[in-house]
Design a protein around this ligand. Structure first.
Ligand code: ADP
Ligand code: MG
Length: 256
């Protein structure tokens, strides 16, 4: 389902932590249905930027507009409610819960009467549960995990657990996905597979993606646009090929 995805417009974003300017008047625009990579050496401010976008860190100034909504100042659950889903760098799925149940829980914000709570067995709740289970199976098939729905998440190889997290985020029916180093720690095969799924999320579902990633191969293959940060400042912004050859970018990476 192609959703109605607005642009994400970040302007003059500044974040300070006790004397340190983690982001210094950073601005970029994520066009609808594109992969926008946010790269830079360690400490550049990438995670801080995600923290502001998802509402866990307050900006000193600047704005983040997502369509008609200003995101700065909103609490995390309101931002999630607008269709902004974040996937963290570390594994976050409960290991003993089946993939299917984790994905169903991912649909929680979309449920009306809480069909997940035991006891109440109204026909309407049963219908709603069936509808959600069908959607969960579709999403699992989309990322290639349908065989593993009944397995505890913790029993899956690392790469598949990361894909299960992506699937759980997709269960929120997001319009914008924030991916923090999705292929870190993966084998070459897992990286290829994950990159293909991310491309599919953009191309088939039309979802916008902000991608923080250290693997330049993955960035260059997937990204439609790249923003480069260094010490909290934007040092380059543009098409992947141009940014890669930008002298300021080369210097920032060599100086790491
Ligand atoms: P990146 O993700 O690009 O590696 P971060 O956004 O994590 O960079 O960090 C940017 C800078 O802000 C770093 O110097 C880091 O130490 C600092 N920083 C990040 N979060 C906090 C925090 N909660 N309190 C204090 N300093 C922080
Ligand atoms: Mg980081």
């Amino acid at each position: 389902t192609m959703t109605d995805v607005p642009p994400l417009e970040v302007t003059g974003l500044t974040v300070r932590f006790a004397g340190l300017t983690a982001l210094d008047s950073v601005g970029f625009t994520v066009r609808p249905g594109t992969v926008h990579a946010l790269i830079g050496p360690n400490g550049a401010g990438k995670s801080t930027c995600f923290n502001v976008l998802s509402g866990v860190v307050r900006a000193a100034c600047g704005s983040v507009r997502f369509g008609d909504h200003e995101l700065t100042g909103l609490p995390p659950h309101r931002i999630a409610g607008l269709g902004v889903a974040r996937i963290f760098q570390n594994l976050a799925l409960p290991p003993h819960t089946t993939v299917e149940d984790s994905l169903l829980l991912g649909r929680h914000r979309l449920t009306s009467a809480g069909f997940l709570s035991a006891g109440l067995r109204l026909p309407s709740a049963a219908r709603e549960e069936r509808r959600h289970r069908e959607r969960v199976r579709e999403i699992a098939a989309f990322v290639g995990l349908e065989k593993y729905l009944g397995h505890p998440a913790g029993s899956l190889p690392y790469g598949l657990q990361k894909l299960a997290e992506l699937a759980r985020a997709l269960c929120m029916e997001p319009r914008l996905l924030l991916l923090d180093e999705p292929v870190a720690g993966m084998t070459a095969g897992e990286r290829r597979r994950t990159a293909a799924v991310v491309a599919g999320v953009r191309d088939s579902l039309g979802i916008s993606i902000v991608l923080v990633e250290h693997d330049m191969g993955v960035v260059m293959r997937l990204a439609d646009a790249v923003t480069v940060l260094d010490f909290g400042r934007l040092i380059a912004d543009g098409a992947p090929g141009d940014v890669q050859n930008d002298p300021a970018v080369v210097r920032a990476y060599l100086g790491e």
